[in-house]
Design a binder for this molecule. Structure first.
Ligand code: BTN
Length: 235
């Protein structure tokens, strides 16, 4: 797997968008990002010690958009498996649609963007970095969990390798295995949540994920199925 490392970069996703020469199986990573981005325009803190990286997939006309809609799941499962391998413990949960959690704290965020004919998969994992004060209640790092530091590059490569491997299984029709993995580690199931989806706001209890990847929520009056949205947990 090809790799390009930067000491500092604005954002590894933005770098790939600017550089047409970055093809598949090429990881771009940075020790620090000065303008790390999260979903919904949020800032993503990316100080030294974390895994901040991106890679891409070239769009293939034979692959349906529905299939591409599963990329967030491929990415979060790959992160969860890679972290389980290095930690030696299966403690990772998946928060629909693509965050990775340990207990009640987020350890990884994923930002997938389409740029021209490429899907850019951007992943941020808290490894050895200090969690900023304002996030200590809601985020954790691998170092905090294990009480020791980890090799960041090893984790980045493992995640990317798993991603391409799982993606190739997916397009050969092997969604079932990924789906079971996701359901077994569903962070939201049974929790009281509010989901913001475009102008809609849905409140209720998460009931799981449908076979086509939608979140199931039972509200006071009905059962709602959502394709996308951002989830807030009720305290
Ligand atoms: C989120 O949970 O909101 C998604 C966070 C994604 C952060 C990663 S770090 C590498 C890549 N570059 C960015 O600017 N963002 C993603």
């Amino acid at each position: 797997m090809k790799r390009t490392r930067f000491i500092t970069l604005d954002s590894t996703n933005e770098y790939i968008k600017r550089e047409d020469s970055i093809g598949e199986y090429h990881i771009v990573y940075a020790d620090e990002q000065s303008a790390g981005r999260g979903r919904r325009g949020n800032k993503w803190s990316s100080s030294k010690g974390g895994a901040w990286f991106s890679f891409c997939l070239s769009e293939d006309a034979n692959i349906t958009q529905e299939m591409y809609g599963k990329l967030p799941f491929v990415a979060s499962v790959s992160v969860s498996e890679a972290l389980r391998e290095v930690l030696g413990e299966d403690v990772f949960k998946l928060k629909w649609v693509n965050d990775v959690y340990v207990s009640d704290k987020k350890i990884c965020g994923i930002l997938i963007e389409k740029s021209e004919k490429r899907f850019i998969i951007g992943i941020g994992i808290n490894i050895n970095n200090e969690i900023e004060m304002e996030y200590t209640d809601s985020r954790t790092s691998l170092k905090e969990i294990a009480g020791k530091s980890f090799d960041i590059e090893e984790i980045i490569v493992k995640v990317a390798e798993l991603f391409y491997e799982k993606y190739s299984y997916l397009i050969r029709g092997n969604w079932g295995e990924l789906y079971s993995y996701i359901c077994e580690r569903d962070f939201l199931k049974g929790k009281e949540i509010t989901v913001f989806n475009d102008e809609k706001r849905v409140e209720g209890i998460a009931q799981g994920i449908t076979i086509d990847g939608r979140l199931i929520i039972s509200t006071k009056d009905e059962t709602v199925f959502l394709e996308t949205g951002s989830v807030i947990l009720k305290k």
